[in-house]
Design a protein around this ligand. Structure first.
Ligand SMILES: [Zn+2]
Length: 462
């Protein structure tokens, strides 16, 4: 008789310090300042203690009445020569282009200097240098469980702390808030941290702090040469952490097949899952298959029997649908299965990310992540829903169109949301499609082949 142990609890678990991590592997993330488990926001008095003084942003706009995000610079659409640094209204009168791009977030406590800057995850220092526009700049390389590399950047530190090749653990102090802007630590402006995350091995950004310029031509404003080709690799860094700050985990103390049942109304993909062994080594599902940790087979329950996919795919390419029970085979006895859970903070950033991901996935339509034009939000669009949308430049066969991607979100539950796309070539809206997100799931061990109800409503297979 099997012990009917409830093996998974249907609540989110913070997993900080829960296990010993293999050296340098970035399996969980935390914020770079003050209280690392709670995010800086634009509101003062938040639980973190730091405030966002300039947000992540890649939009730009010609004239019009779009509300301004943070900051902005005026440039001409015609020859990209810099119009006089002036106000937005004057810029619009002169048919200039008001540009808002910022490849990271600026975090500050009322301009105070000296606060600690902490590593967001395990990693290795790529460089610690004096850099024009960033001052004493630190770049850390992080290896995700699936082998992907991302980098975090920390600008304007008050000293040249750290050096290339040093290993860091999440939470290590790697600098202090400063206002350095020059290669030799020359200072200027208020003390703050410029913090960014990007996912390509590329040279450090060149000169001031990553302001994108003309995303139509790809030509950059003098002194701000961050091109769309570069900015498209940047993430909204606080959202990136928010999505990885909490995660679901299930400890699976045994081999054999385990079923996964999603109790949410939404689905996810297996790309965001990974497994960790008792030594703390983490692998994506595909890497775990390759290493012989788990089976490549995935099954699903059709209501009366287990179905094996007739065309098995890479194990990290399945969509896990709501209300369907899946089975994964564990070939070791010491595995913990984890699933990143998109966070509940930064709803605005979450919606923007939905739209960016839509354009990335639909690149064949001509979208480019760096080609965003405007961003607008109407929280009272409908009785039940608010709407947020972006206008994108879209080039098809050499012709430029303005396309729209919109996200409608429930006022009652803003993570319940739908996306659709306006095709400017056909003047047709695509229709709303639900954007899915993992809310909860539970695990049961599978044994062949009789279904037995257990007292708390879970099921076990034997
Ligand atoms: Zn900045």
């Amino acid at each position: 008789m099997c012990k009917l142990t409830k093996l998974f609890m249907g609540t989110m678990l913070l997993v900080f310090s829960a296990i010993t991590l293999a050296a340098n592997e970035a399996t969980s993330f935390a914020y770079p300042v003050r209280n690392q488990n709670s995010s800086p926001t634009e509101q003062s008095g938040n639980a973190n203690g730091f405030v966002i003084t300039q947000n992540f942003n890649t939009s730009s706009v010609y004239g019009g009445s779009v509300a301004s995000p943070n900051g902005g610079w005026c440039g001409s659409n015609v020859n990209l020569s810099l119009l006089p640094q002036t106000d937005e209204a004057t810029c619009k009168q002169n048919n200039g282009k008001w540009v808002y791009g910022h490849t990271g977030v600026d975090l500050s406590t009322s301009g105070a200097c000296g606060g600690e800057i902490k590593a967001i995850a395990n990693g290795v220092v790529e460089f610690s240098v004096g850099f024009s526009g960033y001052g004493y700049l630190l770049k850390i390389k992080h290896t995700l469980p699936n082998g992907r590399i991302i980098y975090s950047l920390y600008g304007h530190r008050n000293s040249m702390m750290m050096s290339a090749g040093q290993s860091v653990a999440r939470g290590d102090v790697v600098g202090h808030i400063g206002n350095t802007v020059g290669v030799n630590g020359e200072t200027g402006g208020a003390c703050h941290l410029h913090f960014a995350i990007f996912d390509q091995a590329m040279p450090p950004p060149t000169t001031p702090v990553g302001y994108v310029y003309d995303d139509k031509t790809g030509v950059t404003l003098s002194g701000n040469p961050i091109t769309p080709n570069i900015i498209r690799y940047f993430y909204d860094p606080l959202l990136f952490i928010n999505d990885r700050n909490n995660e679901w985990q299930a400890i699976l103390p045994g081999t054999g097949y385990w079923s996964v049942n999603f109790s949410s109304t939404q689905s996810v993909t297996t790309r965001t899952a990974y497994v960790v062994n008792s030594a703390g080594d983490a692998k994506s599902l595909q890497s775990a298959v390759d290493a012989g940790w788990i089976s490549s087979d995935v099954y699903w329950w059709n209501g009366s029997s287990w179905m094996h996919y007739t065309n098995p795919r890479p194990i990290d390419s399945y969509t896990i649908s709501t209300g369907v029970t899946y089975a994964f085979g564990m070939l070791r006895t010491d595995l913990t299965l984890r699933w990143f859970t998109p966070g509940n903070n930064y709803l605005d950033a979450r919606w923007r990310q939905d739209m960016s991901e839509f354009t990335n996935v639909n690149a064949s339509l001509g979208f480019g992540r760096g080609l965003r034009e405007t961003y607008s939000n109407d929280p009272n669009w409908d009785v039940t829903y608010g709407i947020t949308y972006m206008v994108y430049e879209q080039t098809v066969n050499g012709t430029m169109y303005y396309a729209t991607v919109a996200v409608a979100y429930s006022k009652a539950d803003p993570l319940v949301r739908y996306v659709q796309y306006y095709n400017p070539q056909t003047s047709v809206w695509s229709g709303w499609v639900r954007v899915y997100q993992l809310i909860s799931f539970s695990f049961f061990r599978l044994m062949p082949k009789t279904r037995l109800p257990i007292v708390d409503g879970f099921f076990i297979w034997r």
